[in-house]
Design a protein around this ligand. Sequence first.
Ligand SMILES: C[S@@+](CC[C@H](N)C(=O)[O-])C[C@H]1O[C@@H](n2cnc3c(N)ncnc32)[C@H](O)[C@@H]1O
Length: 230
Amino acid sequence: MTRDSESSQGSVEDSPSPDSVPQAEQPSHPDLAPFWVDPAQCGPPISWKEIFGNDHPVELEIGSGKGLFLTNAGTANPSHNYFGIELAKKYARKAAERIAKRKLLNVRMLAADARLFMARHVPDASLRAVHVYFPDPWWKKRHKKRRVFAEPLVKDIERALEPGGDLWVVTDVEEYFGVICELMASRPLFEDLETAEPRSPEHDQDYLTNFERKYRIEGRPIYRKHYRRS
Ligand SMILES: C[S@@+](CC[C@H](N)C(=O)[O-])C[C@H]1O[C@@H](n2cnc3c(N)ncnc32)[C@H](O)[C@@H]1O
């Protein structure tokens, strides 16, 4: 998988119709139940309790790729629920297969456009945390509107996070990082917290995400932000 060429793991062209998250009559991957979530299970609004079968705090990841964050976080924190949204169906499926293989009952995967899903399906103050790791930079000027981390999503994150909830954003793109910092500085409800440098990995999968692993091994600079909503 590549990203620098703009091809990325998926594209907005792969995304569902802009009118809605598509509805499905039958589960599209019955072999991956309950880890694969079908749009028909998502409301609107989505009921986290129905999705996970419990009231545990919900953390949402936008653009999960092949799901390394979800599998690591879901394993490390069984008392939290993790919900990944990935636009590219083949990567969403790959992530769900990994989650299913590890029987991570606190993790779910949805193939959808996170911008639409956040706007239309996620209830107010229902999330403990939101994670956005290595969002596609869409280098070309005419493609910049495809960036997921933009004002509409930030407003939805602010609405959907519970008071005290966390937003984590990581990118290797300095210019995009500047845009992210500027956007967040205009949202007074968010406090900008210190971020620590990551510890050394203990094994090959001991990274935040697949892209983080690739870029740390390459020695690229990585820019990290942690915000808390008041
Ligand atoms: C550069 S990859 C990073 C994947 C993963 N977070 C990582 O760090 O390894 C960006 C991912 O975001 C996904 N993506 C792009 N736009 C999206 C959107 N609107 N909703 C959900 N996922 C999106 C892409 O399909 C791609 O898998």
